[in-house]
Design a protein around this ligand. Structure first.
Ligand code: MV4
Length: 450
């Protein structure tokens, strides 16, 4: 096992990683930016070092500052968390080149999955069904022909993208050129890579993802699915649950079979997530995320497993020590993301000081947060304040518990998503477990009109 891990992140996930390390008897080194000096992740770590000013490019994304901190403090591994450098193949390779174990898959796997068009090609070759579409399109002309073949509506996507950046729905041929140019410009500006590919638009699918764990000896297990369809128009997830409600046996079987084939095809190791679009019984591979995800706690609750500890053990060279048959889910878990946001500014992420906070507790409730009364929310980073997770023996019990927990929650000083979460939990579509990716934008539009 490692002796000391550098946690290359901030916020709740830095705390989460610190907890896993402590329980494994591993020492921790936190890094922080100047505005994060008073953060909980700094206080809880064995050592902590400032790596730069507020803007992430000069602190949490500064590879030289992070690597030199890890080397000076004699760390033997780096946990990147999610966001920031978590899916940066160059960072993973630089860690390896400096004798630091990167707690994640190998750099080549990150690079392959990070290029979305390449990832789809690899999956098609592995006989995993992907959304019908093209490889990279070199010109508007090629895009026009491809759209005619696929049939409108189509979707242009950035190969360097994911998460919706550089993505455009094209309803008909008259919109194609404009959409192509604006998607290309956005991708070029965001990723310095303007290359686009095209897919047939799947109308009103569910977004369901599968958690995988692979060790360095070729063993791969699946930890079921999460339904992440409750997302804002900005593609920010609001509520996730495990297992997915009302998933047909047929859809679940193809989802899991495809996830296993996909993970095996790239010899996946460490924790990863395969994202699928599900429409009726049809399942299409969309992307693979080569990191621990924000919503990992819902899987932890139903599988009674610590995914972050598993990540660390795997990176330290330990075998999984269990097989698929040993993994049996139980009950139901729901996560609500509590973000700071400005309701008067189109729910944009907000900064400020949390003047008073009381988080919920009691049976079946888990709260992952770095927030305390007096904590500041700097403007530089994503505005996740807390994840409230409710477990129940049934979906109904989990919903009731979540509602109870949200009503116990007090957060003063910044506006949050607590009310939005409560609103979703009260809808017929959510209660019945019959919702798709169009559900939340629809709910929000009705709000705007009111
Ligand atoms: C799609 C799609 C429909 N058809 N691809 C959104 C983010 C990026 N990861 C891919 N996304 C989508 N790809 C095809 N062929 C719909 C979406 C999509 C979406 C996916 C998951 C969750 C929420 C979403 C909201 C809007 C669009």
């Amino acid at each position: 096992m490692f002796k000391k891990v550098l946690i290359a992140n901030r916020g709740e996930i830095a705390l989460r990683i610190n907890r896993a390390c402590r329980e494994l008897g591993v020492k921790t080194v936190a890094i922080f930016s100047e505005p994060d000096r008073e953060s909980l992740h700094v206080r809880h770590a064995n050592e902590a070092f400032c790596v730069g000013p507020g803007p992430a490019a000069r602190s949490y994304l500064s590879i030289p500052n992070i690597i030199s901190t890890a080397l000076i403090t004699h760390c033997d591994a780096v946990h990147p968390g999610y966001g920031f450098l978590a899916e940066n193949a160059r960072f993973a390779q630089i860690c390896a080149d400096h004798g630091l174990a990167f707690i994640g898959p190998p750099a080549e796997v990150i690079a392959t999955m990070g290029d979305k068009a390449t990832a789809k090609r690899v999956m098609r070759e592995a006989k995993v069904e992907t959304t019908p579409g093209t490889d990279i399109l070199e010109s508007v002309d090629k895009a026009r022909r491809a759209a005619r073949d696929l049939g409108y509506p189509v979707l242009l996507k950035a190969t360097a993208g994911g998460g919706g950046k550089g993505m455009r729905v094209v309803a008909g041929p008259d919109q194609l050129e404009r959409a192509f140019n604006s998607a290309q410009n956005e991708a070029e500006a965001s990723f310095k890579d303007g290359r686009l590919y095209m897919e047939k638009l799947i109308v009103s699918p569910r977004h369901i993802e599968v958690q995988v764990l692979g060790d360095n000896f070729g063993s791969i297990v699946l930890l079921g699915e999460r339904d992440c369809s409750v997302q804002k128009p900005s593609h920010q997830k609001l509520i996730e649950e495990a297992p997915a409600a009302n998933l047909s046996d047929k859809a679940r079987q193809s989802l899991l079979a495809m996830a296993l084939r996909a993970a095996q095809a790239v010899h996946y190791s460490n924790a990863g997530t395969l994202e699928f679009l599900v429409s009726g019984d049809r399942v299409y591979f969309m992307e693979m995320n080569t990191r621990i995800q924000v919503e990992h706690p819902v899987t932890e609750m139903v599988y009674n497993i610590d995914l972050v500890k598993e990540q660390i053990r795997i990176a330290a060279g330990e075998p999984l020590g269990y097989t698929q048959a040993d993994l049996k889910p139980r009950g139901h878990a729901i996560e609500c993301r509590i973000n700071a946001e400005d309701a008067s500014n189109n729910f944009a992420p907000a900064a400020g000081t949390v003047t008073n906070v009381v988080f919920p507790g009691g049976p079946g409730i888990r709260v992952d947060t770095h927030i305390y009364s007096g904590a500041t929310v700097p403007p530089y980073y994503d505005s996740l304040l807390a994840k409230i997770v409710a477990f129940g023996e049934t979906r109904e019990a989990a919903i009731a518990r979540m509602e109870r927990a949200l009503r116990e929650t007090v957060i003063e000083g910044v506006n949050t998503t607590v009310a939005q979460c409560l609103e979703v939990l009260a809808t017929d579509a959510f209660i019945k477990g019959r919702y798709t990716i169009d559900f939340l934008p629809g709910l929000m539009r009705r709000d705007d009109a009111a």
